[in-house]
Design a protein around this ligand. Structure first.
Ligand SMILES: *Cc1c(COP(=O)(O)O)cnc(C)c1O
Length: 424
């Protein structure tokens, strides 16, 4: 078995794939909380750049990637598609396991795929500053990098627990010229509510989103950028799956099972949605979305309307949610500590197309160590959730004596999370 697919530039798509064009039944619309009516695109204009809103509401199957953005993608894409030779051998499984390695991106995760597109759209409209939140720091660093390339200032509210645990990510954002504040901060009304009570409040993604949205709404030349959850963000990530399909075909393979970890749902959707097309056409492909037991929005949350943030500033999204006030315990996979889930991923779970699973932190770290020893890459704690499910599926294939093909997304590397692996 050839170990790597080629990284031929022809495999880098010229278009994003928009799953909404192929869904017969769509998720319920996003609502304006003030009126209870479906949100009108112009009502999003105080928050997001217009070009971004246009993509959010697009039903076109293929949305073109601007040359300026594709050129930057080409500095690190196509990302590698790797056959996990040693992992397969050690598991003694008849399954063949492949992974798409997004850790080669500029800041070590898949987040640059949407960060670059969003910073580009903001720069086209002369937007001065993009605000955002970050948990573990991967999203903040990806946007800080993208902003530095397109001349947009980046202001990041970083969840306090991570800010203090992971100074490496903060330093990286500052190196790119971004301004980073610990959240909850005294800089916004949403932050002060929690900060006044407890200046050491550990924070949450929901609170940090409220702070970032509030600043955008209050300043005309400032807009907000979100790193996951939204339809358009999932669409930007589709280049992962489109490349993977071409690379798999080069190796003469096609997946029976597609696996990814889910925080807000974007890296999973990015790999899976281009293959969901084939499932909708009747092919048998399984999809598994893996979340932490400590933040189980898909397996334990309710499917209903909820706000995307804690202060209730965002529109109402129809999604699996643990409730906007849920503050997840401080697990190492900071990128998976979000109370909600992308409406499109929630919808596919409801349709029975995606199977959700929750794994414990211990099981996930054990899988990460096994992967490091076999494949030689230290996975991000988030991505390690996917690896734990891959190992389970490979062992199941062994029991059943089935030769299935497993494809998963290694959404990022764990080099800046190394202390999480210390004496565990
Ligand atoms: C942010 C992040 C995640 C979780 O976010 P999704 O939108 O669910 O992909 C997963 N893996 C890595 C490496 C991340 O940085």
């Amino acid at each position: 078995m050839q170990r790597y697919a080629s990284r031929n530039l022809d495999y880098l798509p010229h278009h994003f794939y928009n799953l909404k064009a192929d869904l017969k039944e769509l998720p319920p619309p996003t609502l304006n909380p003030a009126t209870g009516q479906p949100l009108k695109p112009e009502e999003l204009e105080p928050v997001f750049p217009k070009g971004f809103i246009a993509q959010e509401i697009s039903f076109e199957r293929y949305v073109s990637i601007p040359d300026e953005v594709r050129e930057i993608y080409a500095t690190f894409r196509p990302t590698p598609l790797i056959y996990a030779q040693k992992l397969v051998k050690e598991l003694a499984t008849p399954a063949r396991i492949f992974y798409k390695y997004e850790g080669v991106g500029p800041t070590g995760s898949h987040k640059s795929n949407t960060a670059l597109m969003q910073a580009y759209l903001a720069s086209k409209e002369g937007i001065e500053t993009l605000t955002t939140e970050t948990g573990a720091g991967q999203w903040g660093s990806a946007l800080a990098h993208a902003g530095s390339l397109f001349g947009v200032k980046i202001k990041v509210f970083m969840v306090r627990a991570s800010y203090r645990q992971k100074p490496g990510r903060r330093i990286m954002m500052e190196l790119f010229g971004a301004e980073v504040a610990e959240s909850p901060s005294p800089q916004t009304e949403s932050g002060r509510r929690f900060y006044a009570e407890n200046p050491d409040h550990p924070g949450s993604l929901g609170i940090a989103i409220s702070e970032a949205v509030e600043l955008a709404v209050k300043n005309g030349r400032t807009k907000y950028s979100l790193g996951s959850v939204l339809d358009s963000v999932l669409m930007h990530q589709s280049i992962i799956g489109l490349e993977a399909e071409a690379q798999m075909r080069e190796l003469g393979a096609f997946p029976d099972v597609v696996i990814g970890c889910v925080g807000g749902g974007s890296n999973f959707a990015g790999l899976a949605f281009p293959f969901v097309r084939y499932r909708l056409e009747g092919q048998t492909i399984d999809f598994i979305a893996v979340e932490p037991e400590a933040c189980p929005s898909l397996t334990r949350g309710e499917l209903r309307y909820d706000h995307g943030d804690t202060a209730g500033l965002t529109p109402l999204l129809f999604m699996h949610t643990l409730g906007m006030n849920f503050v997840p315990p401080p697990i190492h996979a900071g990128g998976l500590r979000y109370h909600g889930m992308a409406p499109l991923v929630s919808h596919l779970v409801k349709l029975g197309i995606v199977e959700p699973r929750a794994y414990s932190q211990d099981k996930v770290f054990e899988a990460a160590r096994f992967f490091l020893k076999t494949e030689g890459i230290l996975p991000a704690p988030e991505s390690s959730h996917a690896i734990a499910a891959v190992i389970d599926e490979a062992l199941k294939a062994k029991e059943e004596g089935k030769e299935k093909v497993i494809l998963f997304n290694l959404s990022g590397h764990g080099f800046l999370d190394i202390s999480a692996f210390d004496r565990r």
